[in-house]
Ligand binder design. Structure first.
Ligand SMILES: Cc1ncc(COP(=O)(O)O)c(C=O)c1O
Length: 361
């Protein structure tokens, strides 16, 4: 793990000595060190300081680039993969994109298993990035044919191959512990009262949250934000009750039916959780575009709603940070379509003055 600190996410590997100025060494070293954006309008409206970490600026376009670099470098350091090997993962979204980039830049083959309910756009993008994609029947995690289990079994049969296991491989959270957390601490100069974000694998919240809590001596509160259809809000607010998963959300990449190993490293140290409705998330997606000029996906919008609510709980003048996970580009055919919004019962949740942005049929 130590060399991750030197050459991976935490400190960019500069190649200035080779006459290339302050350039960084390849894709993996270009991940991280994203700007922290002060969200002016929301801060003024609340009398607090609300910040968003611009993870959409990572070279693969999302926060999952950090996890992708983290799990691959961890496997390299443990000798679990050698040059020319194969990286296998079960993912329907940003992790696959991050891994596909990392694999091309480090000379590995990338194989992605995903439920066959996913859009052709997603499959095509992964293939364009050089990944081999296996769409498999969409069955629950408990079923052995679930895409995650198929990915694990596929890797186990190959020589020089790893299953990166993003949900339960804590190298994911560690990547955020050594990069996202310290960056936020430095960018706020330690003046941070709250950190809140939603979770998919839980890597971001566990890694960055743990770092901020430790570094502040417990002063920074760490909260989980959850969409409808996820069990974690109830789990945290009830002190550990795991309920059946019911309901759904338009957000992608977040929400869970279980406590992953990544999340387990932090869940008992959380200060609380907030449940954010899709109505609030979609309205914020448009508000961020209109007032801050930010074109973001629904998980980022949910995170910002949660940051505003946490800041209001912590009181006037409080400083709260969240993450802006990815841009709206991967979802625009839905979230900017009137028909789609109406089909989800969300068109009326968008304030009249923002409806001009709903430009697709
Ligand atoms: C768009 C988006 N937001 C948030 C997350 C959650 O991040 P994490 O897996 O670190 O909990 C993901 C994860 O895939 C994602 O794709």
């Amino acid at each position: 793990m130590l060399s991750l600190l030197r050459t991976g996410l935490r400190t960019r590997q500069r190649i200035g000595s080779r006459g290339l100025g302050t350039a960084v060494q390849g894709f993996t070293a270009a991940v991280g060190n994203t700007p922290l954006i002060y969200l002016q309008t929301l801060s003024e409206q609340t009398g607090c300081k609300i910040f968003g970490k611009a993870e959409f600026q990572n070279p693969g376009g999302s926060i999952k680039d950090r996890a992708a670099v983290g799990v691959v470098r961890d496997a390299e350091e443990k000798g679990r993969i050698r040059p020319g090997g194969t990286v296998v993962e079960g993912t329907a979204g940003n992790t696959g994109i991050g891994l596909a980039h990392v694999c091309r830049s480090r000379g590995y083959k990338c194989v992605i298993f995903m439920p066959d309910t996913q859009s052709q756009e997603k499959i095509d993008l992964l293939r364009m990035l050089g990944a081999e994609v296996h769409p498999v029947p969409a069955v629950p995690f408990e079923n052995p044919r679930n895409y995650n289990h198929q990915a694990r079994e596929y890797a186990a049969k190959l020589d020089n191959a790893i299953w990166t296991d993003q949900f339960d491989n804590t190298a994911n959270a560690y990547a955020h512990y050594v990069s996202t957390g310290p960056e936020i601490w430095e960018q706020t100069q330690g003046e941070i009262d709250g950190f809140i974000c939603s979770t998919g694998t839980g890597g971001t919240l566990a890694g960055a949250g743990k770092y901020l809590k430790e570094k502040s001596g417990g002063k920074t509160q760490v909260w989980l934000a959850d969409p409808p259809g996820s069990v974690l809000y109830t789990y945290v607010s009830s002190g550990g009750k795991l309920v059946e998963r019911t309901g759904s959300s338009i957000t992608e990449g977040i929400g869970q039916g279980r406590v992953t190993d990544n999340l387990a490293t932090t869940i008992n140290d959380l200060n609380g959780a907030l449940m954010i409705s899709d109505e609030k998330s979609i309205a914020m997606l448009y508000q961020l575009l209109d007032t801050e000029g930010l074109y973001l996906g629904a998980s980022s919008a949910l995170n910002v709603v949660a940051a505003v609510e946490l800041a209001q709980k912590l009181g006037k003048g409080s400083r709260v940070v969240t993450v802006l996970c990815d841009g709206a580009y991967r979802y625009q055919s839905r979230v900017f379509s009137k028909k789609w919004l109406q089909s989800k019962g969300l068109y009326e949740a968008i304030p009249e003055s923002y409806k001009k942005y709903v430009v697709l049929e």
